[in-house]
Design a protein around this ligand. Structure first.
Ligand SMILES: Cc1cc2nc3c(=O)[nH]c(=O)nc-3n(C[C@H](O)[C@H](O)[C@H](O)COP(=O)(O)OP(=O)(O)OC[C@H]3O[C@@H](n4cnc5c(N)ncnc54)[C@H](O)[C@@H]3O)c2cc1C
Length: 380
């Protein structure tokens, strides 16, 4: 194991691997430390949906710029990441929902997203499997360039490309402490040895708060258990992701034909709880049957849990901190896969002292000292 690097990235999820690649591309000497294996955290348990339809401009812009990167990523990284752009269909349930949807769509269109409001007939045209009545939907918003990619392939594609550029990736290497002297990052202590460095990127997902404590930072992130499930494979029926902010449900059909989705569990818990619940399965099956009645008798093959790394405003924590060299890249709540490509690029620009493509200063941790604007367009 090397004992010195320009930057030590903590966490081998989509964000850690994407940052490692962006930094290695800029000639930096990088070490990624992951206490288990790549995509062990939320990344390997996520729906991997890619949605640009957000209520806050920060999220919408990060997602839009990320989609632009996703579209060329298989070619750039030299490995097929399984990108499929079948759109996101977001149910609108009542007049209040319609008011918020119109506001969101206006902002989204102002930044160039091809989002539109569609009626019940078009909902059925786009996904004939859906029942607007069962969904309790009066309309929906639809963005055809939203989609999905394979989270394992994307993470490994970034990691392999970073390695080709000289980055070292140490699996089964757990960060135990970080040494800070005179307010500056000095070294990272792991179970396999010490690494001298001036920069640490905290991309430890739901465990980022513990990493923050190592440098004396109190972070507001909370780990929240989320559950997901997958059915048996079925013939191709629809291409879009279907979601509802009111019911919290999301589901899509995978390339191999399975329906993959989730919904907030009636027993949702804050803390590092990993056990799956039967109440989630019952609730998910009931709601899926209402949204798509023909799925009522389909077999569920598997369920699992993972953590959302939730912040008080559901926006990520990005950028510099009061500790020189300690860079935050966490708090992604339920959407850290879809905005990883742009986030990684911006943080690499920041670390390398380049001109930054997008102002992310509002996503700094200091925002929690003042009044916050909450992202309302969240599911799952
Ligand atoms: C059920 C579910 C569905 C989701 N659906 C979507 C979706 O459709 N679209 C979307 O964009 N997002 C979705 N998300 C959210 C998304 O998965 C996460 O925001 C994203 O994967 C976070 O990636 P990350 O690299 O920041 O963190 P993670 O993937 O959690 O990686 C963090 C890594 O840090 C490692 N680590 C922690 N502590 C240490 C330590 N001390 N030393 C070394 N390593 C350490 C962990 O082992 C872990 O591998 C979903 C999440 C869940 C749980």
């Amino acid at each position: 194991m090397k004992n010195e690097a320009d930057v030590v990235v903590i966490g081998g999820g989509i964000n850690g691997c994407a940052i490692a690649y962006e930094l290695a591309k800029r000639g930096k000497d990088i070490i990624v430390v992951e206490r288990k294996w790549l995509a062990y955290g939320a990344t390997g348990r996520c729906g991997a949906g890619i949605r640009q339809q957000w209520a806050t401009k920060e999220n919408a812009m990060l997602a839009k710029k990320s989609v632009e990167i996703f579209e060329g990523l298989s070619e750039e990284l030299g490995y097929d990441i399984g990108l499929r752009q079948g759109g996101y269909l977001i149910a609108i349930h009542d007049e209040e929902g319609m008011k918020q949807a119109k506001k969101n769509v206006e902002m989204q269109r102002s930044i160039g997203l091809p989002v539109r409001i569609i009626g019940e007939d078009e909902i059925k045209e786009i996904a004939p499997i859906l029942s607007p009545e069962g969904m309790e939907a009066i309309a929906a918003t639809f963005c055809p360039t939203d989609g999905h990619a394979n989270p394992f392939k994307t993470t490994y594609a970034y990691a392999m490309a970073a390695k080709k550029l000289g980055a070292e990736i140490y699996k089964f290497t757990e960060v135990k402490d970080i040494k800070v002297e005179e307010g500056k990052v000095k070294k990272v202590i792991t179970n396999r040895g010490e690494i001298k460095t001036k920069y640490v990127v905290n991309a430890a997902g739901a465990w980022s708060r513990e990493i923050g404590k190592m440098v004396g930072l109190e972070m507001p992130n909370k780990p929240v258990r989320k559950e997901a499930m997958v059915t048996e494979p079925l013939k191709r029926m629809f291409d879009c992701m279907v979601i509802s902010f009111k019911h919290g449900i999301y589901f899509s059909q995978q390339d191999e034909g399975q329906i993959l989705g989730g919904i907030p569990s009636p027993e949702e818990k804050v803390g590092y709880h990993t056990e799956p619940t039967f109440s989630f399965l019952k609730h998910m099956a009931h709601m899926l049957g209402k949204y798509a009645p023909s799925l009522k008798h389909v077999s569920i093959l598997r369920q699992w849990t993972g953590f959302y790394d939730v912040t008080p405003d559901a926006l990520p924590i990005l950028g510099e901190t009061s500790i020189e060299g300690f860079i935050q890249c966490n708090g992604f709540s339920g959407h850290g896969f879809m905005i990883a490509p742009m986030t990684a690029r911006l943080l690499a620009q920041l670390i390398c002292g380049e001109k930054i493509d997008m102002d992310i200063s509002r996503l700094n941790m200091d925002r929690f000292k003042g009044e916050i604007t909450e992202e309302k367009a969240v599911v799952g």
